[in-house]
Ligand binder design. Structure first.
Ligand SMILES: C[S@@+](CC[C@H](N)C(=O)[O-])C[C@H]1O[C@@H](n2cnc3c(N)ncnc32)[C@H](O)[C@@H]1O
Length: 584
């Protein structure tokens, strides 16, 4: 449910690093393109990969080749936080199956209503005839493939191929259409492949993907793939490996993953767990033919010659989980500062000092052996019980995440029960899995608004949203889009209504406040959220769709605050008049 709906409903009811960014590292490890071309390192040995000219590469960015990470993109001039470094339409994208009927398959917009369904495949939807026309050259081929797939599907739930299969199909049809020697196709072919070093689980998934692709394209054998310039099983393995290593989530302006996307230029950014840039889809263009626009935005000021690094994984996760995900999907061991800083307590794996001095201790893990407060050095008395709480918390997180769509009531019961256990074990708000459980709890509470519109539920959701933001803000840079979205959500929840203190059941609780202070808190939170959104979703975009949305909410809050202020002003005036009359 949108916040706007929530507000009106309630009113109706009651009132992808490893690389340090130091110059010394860069100078000793980066090579020129010609050195790379002649290098024997597998990551540098393909001359086409290193010398390829990318169509959309902006003037302020250059490609260099590093001995550890292969190609990467570097700033040529200084770049300010919040600047759009790259803005382009991805080579290909596909919506996840559950978003096909709520999003336009041409521009990825999500209008509240009015989408038109393709009468051929009855699977994809468009904003209007213009979007349908814009997509027709490709959808023409996709349409019959979708119909044939559905005909042979064993069940209704499997009647549409996955977004990965559909995206790969689009890439091959587009290559065929544009020509295998076109720069478009060459950019796709130059994506990095890990064909020779895949882990068994990845091989299994990739094989499954390859079989589905062949079936989707309507081919009776892999041999028929030659019409797509794929002449051997090795070529097919390469294609799938390239796709898996270089695909990004297509996200909504509030960061919900709604599909997959591929841009060879954006795929050149290497990974750091402490990135200086992010990839978002802010929806800033007025022209739907230009959307979805994928943008790389600077999270902090970047110096000339510094490498621009994005993160391939959720950086709120502890090191062991980040490393495992990077190794499995991207085939490297991250050497970034965050992964190698053993001296400090990592807030992702931290508990409060047992003596409550305000300091933090490392939470028990396979990696850490000393559990004492970093500030007062008090030793944690029973690390085993905290380790148990962490393990139970991780299990609950996995269970609740897996059933959140099919059985959100049960998922909510799980998060409701486990969070207090983790809090009483001393976990800090940024500690995993407490932070992830708090975020999931907030999402589940929001889902239950469709059934329960009570003040208690709203206030509980606001408190959860505040705790979630507190945890995120410890870990992520000011303006990180994940943080910005969480703050915007908190502000909008505060803006839903302003219960009067007399009737509110939460009147005795300090947060969230009631009456005009609630409106004021909403206003101030949204002003801060707007500042963060301007960084994470780009200043030049005015923060994109989310930035525009916050601005509109701020305008209406200003009006409401004005009414309250005027009301108070009038009451005070009446009061002083009646006091004067009484005195007379
Ligand atoms: C999306 S691509 C990035 C561009 C890639 N370097 C290239 O030459 O095409 C991801 C791959 O780059 C390499 N890579 C990215 N970040 C890395 C890092 N921090 N350390 C080592 N290798 C990295 C890994 O091989 C990874 O699978």
């Amino acid at each position: 449910m949108s916040f706007a709906n929530l507000k009106s409903k309630r009113q109706g009811k009651s009132s992808r690093s490893y690389v340090t960014s130091t110059d010394s590292f860069r100078e000793s490890h980066s090579t020129t393109i010609s050195e790379a071309v002649h290098s024997s390192d597998p990551k540098q040995s393909n001359p086409d990969n290193a010398s390829i000219v990318y169509q959309d590469i902006p003037n302020n960015v250059e490609m260099r080749v590093l001995s550890v990470a292969g190609r990467g993109l570097f700033a040529k001039n200084s770049i300010k936080a919040g600047s759009v470094i790259i803005s382009l339409r991805p080579h290909s994208f596909a919506l996840a199956s559950q978003y096909l009927d709520s999003h336009c398959s041409a521009c990825a917009a999500a209008p509240n209503s009015g989408l038109l369904r393709c009468t051929g495949c009855r699977t994809v939807w468009y904003c209007n005839a213009t979007c349908q026309k814009n997509d027709w050259l490709l959808h023409r081929l996709e349409c019959s493939a979708l119909v044939n797939w559905a005909k042979s599907a064993p069940s209704k739930s499997l009647s549409v191929p996955s977004d990965a299969v559909r995206c790969l199909g689009r890439i091959l049809w587009q290559k065929e259409r544009k020509g295998f020697d076109s720069s478009w196709s060459k950019e796709i072919d130059a994506l990095q492949s890990h064909r020779h070093s895949l882990q068994p689980r990845v091989v299994e998934n990739n094989t499954h993907l390859a079989h589905s692709l062949v079936r989707y394209l309507g081919l009776s054998s892999p041999g028929e793939l030659s019409k797509f310039d794929i002449s051997s099983a090795g070529d097919l393995t390469d294609l799938i490996s390239r796709f898996v290593t270089n695909t990004f989530a297509l996200t909504s302006p509030s960061l919900t993953p709604v599909g997959v996307s591929v841009s060879p230029l954006v795929a050149l950014f290497n990974h750091s767990c402490d990135p200086d840039a992010v990839i978002v889809f802010p929806r800033s263009s007025q022209n739907s033919a230009e959307e979805p626009r994928m943008q790389v935005i600077a999270l902090r000021d970047i110096s000339p010659y510094e490498e621009i690094l994005t993160s391939y994984v959720d950086t709120t996760l502890p090191r062991s989980l980040r490393q495992a995900a990077l190794q499995e999907t991207y085939d490297f061991i991250c050497q970034c500062k965050l992964c190698h800083d053993d001296k400090k307590v990592d807030p992702r794996e931290s508990i409060w000092c047992p003596k409550s001095c305000g300091g933090m201790c490392s939470a028990p893990s396979d990696e850490s052996k000393i559990f004492q407060c970093a500030k007062c050095h008090t030793v944690v008395p029973a690390p085993e019980s905290i380790a148990d709480a962490l393990r139970i918390g991780q299990e609950a997180l996995e269970k609740a995440s897996s059933i959140q769509v099919t059985n959100y009531v049960k998922a909510l019961q799980l998060t409701t029960n486990i969070i207090p256990i983790l809090v009483s074990a001393g976990l800090t708000p940024s500690c995993h899995p407490l932070l992830a459980l708090t975020g999931l709890h907030k999402t589940l509470l929001l889902s239950s608004f469709s059934e329960d519109m009570s003040q208690e539920l709203l206030d509980e959701t606001i408190r959860t949203a505040a705790k979630h933001y507190a945890g995120l803000s410890t870990l992520l840079l000011d303006g990180h889009p994940v943080r910005a979205v969480a703050l915007a959500e908190l502000g909008k929840l505060l803006a839903v209504d302003e219960p009067s203190p007399a009737t509110s059941l939460a009147a005795n609780v300090a947060f969230p406040p009631t009456g005009p202070p609630r409106l004021k808190a909403a206003y101030e939170t949204l002003v801060r959220a707007r500042n963060e959104v301007m960084i994470g979703f780009g200043r030049d975009n005015d923060g994109g769709e989310l930035g525009r949305n916050i601005r509109e909410t701020l305008v209406s809050l200003e009006k409401e605050l004005g009414v309250w202020t005027q009301g108070i002003h009038n009451t005070l005036q009446n009061l002083s008049k009646s006091m004067k009359m009484n005195n007379n």
